[in-house]
Structures are given as structure tokens and as C-alpha cells.
Design a protein around this ligand. Structure first.
Ligand code: TXA
Ligand code: MG
Length: 316
């Protein structure tokens, strides 16, 4: 599978592929997405097939701006405020589906809601503006495996099923978008991510469900407990690793195999998380031992992904 630099010509070509129903992987500021025309049932079905993803897991629909979702979802005042503040950026809003919504029912996986997001990566934005269609895009990795933060990660996991991989360099944020459900009066956090819970509460007031995602409630069908899994076992909150373990540190740690952020910067740690888990996932080690990460700001999203990486396997 060829990896293509995002020249204007390549973006035109990728947009044409999307419009014709083919799959294109593209960079976002969070992770690489596996994109398809959100209104095309067969194209959306091809995403599920390429990822080996359970069909009950709904997909995020990406557009170039808030107005692009007018026909797809019912956008209330809260959604408008969040969009004005956080878009383009790593926030996904779950809203009621509008009657006659062009978005494939497969995207919603049987729910009467639709998840929407405007990514801030310039390549993603220019692809969406050029394609002039809504694009369904989960992370571009096989289901249950670590999300890709470089074009090469995508090629390693999904080669063969894609028309094209656009290379926009490593992802700046490194963990997926925050997913907030706005279908009820009280907003619910379905997935911690690139926008912190604190920042959401500043805009919305009370937000329910911080922590509820860990047990996987009925409103977060995509949150399978074993997810983001390396092949090696993962041990969390480990002060010092055993000699046969890969030691993934946070903060000062002499002898660490890799360090998410020697200076304890959570944004740096989030950006490094998936690529470091990948490079430590080698048979030379018996396990990956991870130092404690604080539970505030981006630490909520980092710990969520780490707990999934450490969860017992085969719980799908
Ligand atoms: O950062 C991201 O969000 C990346 C990039 C590519 O945009 N995409 C991503 O998509 O992480 P995916 O499919 O791997 O995760 C989508 C999440 C899942 O947890 C899914 O359950 C939730 O969004 N979701 C999507 N639609 C939903 C809906 N209608 N109701 C509830 N949850 C929904
Ligand atoms: Mg994913």
C-alpha cells in the first residue's frame, strides 16, 4: 500500500476516491482515520470489514464545518457553543439524528443518534472541503489494536484494503477525540480524549459519566473493555519494572526503556502514548510496565487507553 504525501493533487485524488465509495486513510490531529463516504452504505460497510469491527460499534462522521451537519443531525444551542469553542478540534458530539438524515444507518449502528466532529488537521480539513461529502472515519487500525499516529502504523495494520494513505506526519494530540453525548438534558462523557473534562465543564456546567465509560454503559456501545491492546500483557501503576519487562516511564526515571514525558507534561505523554506502546510491543519483553499517570486533564484519556490496553483480552 503506497503512502502519499498530501500535495494538492493527492488530496484531489483522495477526495475522488472517497466520492467513488473507496476507503482512504488520512491524518487528523488525534489519530489517523479510515475514511469512507458516510452516506454510502457499501462504503461504510467496507470500513467495518477492513477493521474487523463489531457492527454494533457506531462511527464518527467528519465534516469541514458545523453547517455541513445541518441535514444529518439536530444541532442545539449547547452543540453550537461547543462547536464555536472547540472546533475544529478533538471533540465529538453525539446528537439526535435528523429525520431523513443522509448518514448511513450503519454509521449509527442502530442508534437514533449520530456522532459528529470537525478535525483541525489541515490535511483532514482540506480533504473534507475538497470531497464535499460527510466522511465516516474510525481510527485506521484493526479493531481492538493500538490506534495509528503515523501513516506507517496505518500501512502495517490495514494494507490491501485501502485506495490510499495520506501522510500528514505524526499526530499532534495522539489520543482520540473526547466524545460527549448531548442527546439528553445532562451531557454525558462517553470517552475521555483530547479535550479535557475540565474544559468541557467550563463550557457546559455539569457533565455526567466521567468514569461510567470504564464499565461500558449501554450508551457507549463502542467502548469495548479490551481495546487498544498490544500483544504483550500491560501492567499499570508500576514504580519500577522487572528486569524482563519493557519499562514505560512518566517523569524522571533512570533506566526506563522509553519515557512518555520526562518532564511530566501530559500533552507530550498523550502524543507519545500509542507509538511508544507499539515500539515496546516486541517479543524481547514479557510485559510492558507503565508508571502511574495523574488522573487530571489529558491524564483521564491516557489512563482510559492504558486500562483498556491492560484489560483481559477477548472480552469483545
Ligand atoms: O479522534 C477520533 O475521534 C478518531 C479520528 C479518526 O477522528 N476517530 C475515532 O473513531 O476514534 P472510533 O470509531 O475509533 O471511535 C468512535 C467512538 C466510539 O467509542 C463509538 O462508540 C463512539 O465514538 N460513537 C460513535 N457514534 C456514536 C453514537 N451515535 N452514540 C454513542 N457513541 C458513539
Ligand atoms: Mg478506535
Amino acid at each position: 500500500m503506497s503512502i502519499t504525501l498530501p500535495t494538492p493533487t493527492a488530496i484531489d485524488e483522495a477526495a475522488a476516491f472517497l466520492r467513488s465509495g473507496a476507503l482512504v486513510a488520512f491524518p487528523t490531529e488525534t489519530v489517523y482515520g479510515l475514511g469512507a463516504d458516510a452516506a454510502n452504505d457499501r462504503a461504510v460497510a467496507a470500513i467495518f470489514a477492513a477493521k474487523g469491527r463489531p457492527a454494533f460499534n457506531p462511527l464518527i462522521v467528519h465534516g469541514p464545518d458545523l453547517a455541513s451537519f445541518d441535514a444529518a443531525a439536530i444541532i442545539d444551542d449547547r452543540a453550537r457553543r461547543l462547536a464555536a469553542h472547540f472546533w475544529p478540534g478533538p471533540l465529538t458530539m453525539v446528537l439526535p439524528r435528523r429525520e431523513g438524515s443522509p448518514v448511513s444507518l450503519l454509521c449509527s449502528a442502530g442508534l437514533d443518534s449520530v456522532a459528529i466532529r470537525v478535525p483541525s488537521h489541515p490535511v483532514a480539513l482540506s480533504l473534507l472541503q475538497t470531497a464535499k461529502i460527510l466522511v465516516a472515519a474510525p481510527s485506521a487500525n484493526p479493531s481492538g489494536r493500538i490506534s495509528p499516529t503515523t501513516a506507517r502504523h496505518v500501512a502495517e495494520g490495514l494494507s490491501g484494503t485501502l485506495a490510499m494513505i495520506l501522510d500528514g506526519g505524526p499526530c499532534r494530540v495522539g489520543v482520540e477525540s473526547t466524545v460527549v453525548d448531548l442527546t439528553a438534558e445532562t451531557p454525558t462523557l462517553l470517552r475521555p480524549g483530547g479535550i479535557t473534562l475540565e474544559a468541557l465543564r467550563d463550557m457546559l456546567g455539569p457533565v455526567a459519566g466521567a468514569g461510567a465509560h470504564l464499565s461500558g454503559g449501554p450508551r457507549s456501545p463502542g467502548m469495548l473493555s479490551s481495546h487498544y491492546a498490544p500483544k504483550l500483557p500491560v501492567r499499570l501503576n508500576v514504580a519500577t519494572a522487572e528486569p524482563n519487562e519493557a519499562w514505560l516511564a512518566f517523569g524522571p526515571a533512570e533506566g526506563a526503556t522509553l519515557n512518555l514525558s520526562p518532564g511530566k507534561d501530559l500533552a507530550e505523554a498523550a502524543a507519545n502514548l500509542f507509538s511508544m506502546l507499539r515500539s515496546l510491543d516486541r517479543p524481547d519483553y514479557q510485559a510492558i510496565a507503565v508508571m502511574p499517570i495523574p488522573e487530571d486533564g489529558l491524564g483521564l484519556a491516557i489512563n482510559d487507553r492504558l486500562r483498556r490496553a491492560a484489560a483481559p483480552r477477548g472480552t469483545v
